[in-house]
Write a protein that binds this ligand. Structure first.
Ligand code: AMP
Ligand code: MN
Ligand code: MN
Length: 311
C-alpha cells in the first residue's frame, strides 16, 4: 500500500497518515507513505511529527500498490500526476461530508470528528495495538480538528477516543505545548498584522482579515504561519463567518489567494460557499483558492452569507 493525504497537510492529515502507516506495518502489511517534497517545511506546529521513511517520489512498484488517501475530500487536493492516473486502486478514508467518493473503495464517515477517529476505529477492528506513537499521532488529529474539543464535531465518541489515547500514553499537555505554544515570534507578528486588517461586513456577520505578500515579507513569516489566524476572528461577537484571505506567495500561484472560512454557530454552511468558488470542506470549516480580485471576492462572500442568513 501507499498512503498519502491532502496538500498543505494539517494535524489530522499528518496524524491519520502516520498512525495508519504504523498500524498497517504492525499487522504485517507493506506500507509506505508519500508526500510531495513541496509540502516541506511543514507548518511549525507539526515539526515533531515523525515521518520517517516518507517517500517524495513514486516507488517503482507503485502499480502493485493500493493507494490509501487519508483526510482528503477530493482527489484534486493531492495534485500529483502519478496519483491521478486511470486504473489506480484507491482506498479513500475520510470524514468530509462533501467527499467526492473518488476511491475504488470509500470509507467516508461524515459523523467522525476527524479522520484520525476513523483510523482509531480501524485499529480496533484490525486488532492492532494503539502504541504510544500511534496514540500521539491520533491525538494530534483529534485535538486539531475538534478545535481542542470545542467545535460542534466534538462528540461523546471523540471524548471516549481521547480517554483511550490518554490511557495509551499521550501526554496531553506536552502535545498542547507542541501544537499551540512554542511558536516562532514571527507568527505573533503576522497575527498582529492580520488583526490590524480586520473588516466587518453584513452587520458584523462577517469578520474578515487579509494578509498580503507585504505582511509576510515584513515579518519573515511563511505561508504556514497563517495557520490559526482565522480562529482569532471567530471570537468577535455577532460573527457568523470568520474569514482569512491570504495572498499566495509562490510564482505559479501569483495573483491567487487562499481563503479560509469558519462558521461560528452553524447558521451558515461555509462549505457551500467554498464549493461555489471551487473549494470545499466541512459545514463549519472550509477553504478555497481563487484568482478573484479582493473586492470581487469580498462582494461574493457578502452576497452568499447574506443569502444564507436570509433564507
Ligand atoms: P483550512 O481553511 O485550509 O484550514 O481548511 C478548512 C477545511 O476546508 C479543511 O477541512 C479542508 O479540508 C477544507 N479545504 C481547504 N481548502 C480546500 C480546497 N482548496 N478545496 C477543498 N477543500 C478545502
Ligand atoms: Mn485536513
Ligand atoms: Mn480532517
Amino acid at each position: 500500500m501507499l498512503l498519502t493525504t491532502h496538500e498543505n497537510p494539517d494535524g489530522d492529515a499528518l496524524g491519520s497518515l502516520t498512525a495508519m502507516h504504523w498500524i498497517l506495518q504492525q499487522i504485517g502489511k507493506d506500507s509506505v507513505m508519500y508526500m510531495s517534497p513541496e509540502e516541506f517545511p511543514l507548518s511549525h506546529e507539526y515539526r515533531h511529527m515523525t515521518l520517517e521513511g516518507l517517500l517524495g517520489a513514486p516507488p517503482e512498484d507503485i502499480d502493485e500498490r493500493t493507494v490509501v488517501f487519508l483526510d482528503c475530500g477530493n482527489i484534486d487536493r493531492m495534485p500529483v500526476d502519478f496519483l491521478q492516473r486511470d486504473g489506480i486502486r484507491i482506498l479513500n478514508i475520510d470524514h468530509h461530508h462533501d467527499n467526492t467518493r473518488f476511491g475504488t473503495v470509500n470509507l467516508v464517515v461524515p459523523q467522525a470528528s476527524c479522520t484520525a477517529e476513523i483510523v482509531f476505529d480501524l485499529a480496533h477492528e484490525l486488532g492492532a495495538e494503539v502504541t504510544p506513537p500511534i496514540a500521539d499521532a491520533l491525538y494530534v488529529g483529534l485535538v486539531t480538528d475538534t478545535g481542542k474539543f470545542m467545535y460542534e464535531n466534538t462528540t461523546p465518541a471523540a471524548h471516549r477516543m481521547a480517554a483511550e489515547l490518554i490511557e495509551a500514553g499521550v501526554d496531553t499537555h506536552a502535545v498542547y505545548r507542541r501544537l499551540f505554544e512554542e511558536l516562532p515570534f514571527r507568527r505573533l507578528q503576522l497575527l498582529s498584522r492580520a488583526l490590524q486588517s480586520v473588516a466587518r461586513y453584513e452587520d458584523g456577520a462577517i469578520t474578515l482579515a487579509t494578509l498580503g505578500r507585504g505582511d509576510f515579507e515584513a515579518t519573515g513569516a511563511l505561508e504556514s504561519d497563517s495557520e490559526g489566524v482565522v480562529d482569532h476572528l471567530r471570537t468577535v461577537g455577532e460573527t457568523k463567518v470568520a474569514v482569512l484571505v491570504r495572498e499566495l506567495l509562490s510564482d505559479e500561484k501569483r495573483g491567487c489567494s487562499k481563503v479560509s472560512m469558519r462558521s461560528t454557530d452553524g447558521q451558515v454552511d461555509v462549505s457551500r460557499i467554498a464549493r461555489t468558488l471551487g473549494g470545499g470542506g466541512h459545514r463549519q470549516a472550509a477553504g478555497l483558492t481563487t484568482d478573484l480580485a479582493h473586492d470581487e471576492l469580498v462582494a461574493t462572500l457578502r452576497q452568499q452569507v447574506a443569502e444564507q442568513l436570509n433564507a
